[in-house]
Design a binder for this molecule. Sequence first.
Ligand SMILES: Nc1ncnc2c1ncn2[C@@H]1O[C@H](COP(=O)(O)OP(=O)(O)OP(=O)(O)O)[C@@H](O)[C@H]1O
Length: 231
Amino acid sequence: MSVLELDKLTYHYGKYNHQVLKGITAAFEEGQMASIMGRSGAGKTTLLSLVSGLDTASGGRVLYRGQDVAKLDRDNYRARSVGLVFQGYNLLTNASALDNIVLSMQISGVKSSHKKADALALLAKLGIDEETAKRKVLRMSGGEQQRVGIARALAHDPDVIIADEPTGNLDEESEQIIMEILTGLAHQEGKCVLVVTHSQAVANYADQVWRLRDGKLEGKKRPPKVSVVQG
Ligand SMILES: Nc1ncnc2c1ncn2[C@@H]1O[C@H](COP(=O)(O)OP(=O)(O)OP(=O)(O)O)[C@@H](O)[C@H]1O
């Protein structure tokens, strides 16, 4: 069973506004990264807000492990099953990376009695050592901040990671690090990862590349990567 399925999903803003999404049917699997491309205004952010349970569709359904998200407790769905990663990181910049993660664990109701140690372990896994973890976020580089952003998204161990232009503010080297982390979450940890991007280079990391055009989502599976040995 797919982790996420979109079933004839439609969406329009307000009563008379044009339809942004016009019957989208797609499936996203565990252990895979999917990228969603599309020109500005195509409806990518709108689509993510429906998939992540921030908003409900005008028509059709979003299914999470076969269950209609509109019929689930959406707060619970967001707090348990979905981790969000944003272009602008959306961290508390005056707090330390560590405090950001611990706070996020508290808000999502994580039960652990050693949240600080868990948060440090999670940050370390993403290449943020203890000294950096205790530094205020505003004194960290963009690439480090996004690694904290990913740690925050993972703090409640969701099985869906949704990233909206996660490397939009980063240089090429940091982009590569972030995309390798997101790819690893899919391929090594079995997460279902969705990445919205304008960048073909970012989309190239994905197992499936989708394009949102005229309110429809067109997708293709990427052929397996083959390495060419020159001799
Ligand atoms: N709250 C709103 N009320 C009315 N229309 C909206 C609202 N939010 C977005 N729209 C419109 O819906 C369409 C899709 O917007 P959306 O933000 O989903 O596009 P996007 O593909 O994410 O764009 P970008 O790449 O520029 O972020 C646009 O035409 C936008 O103007």
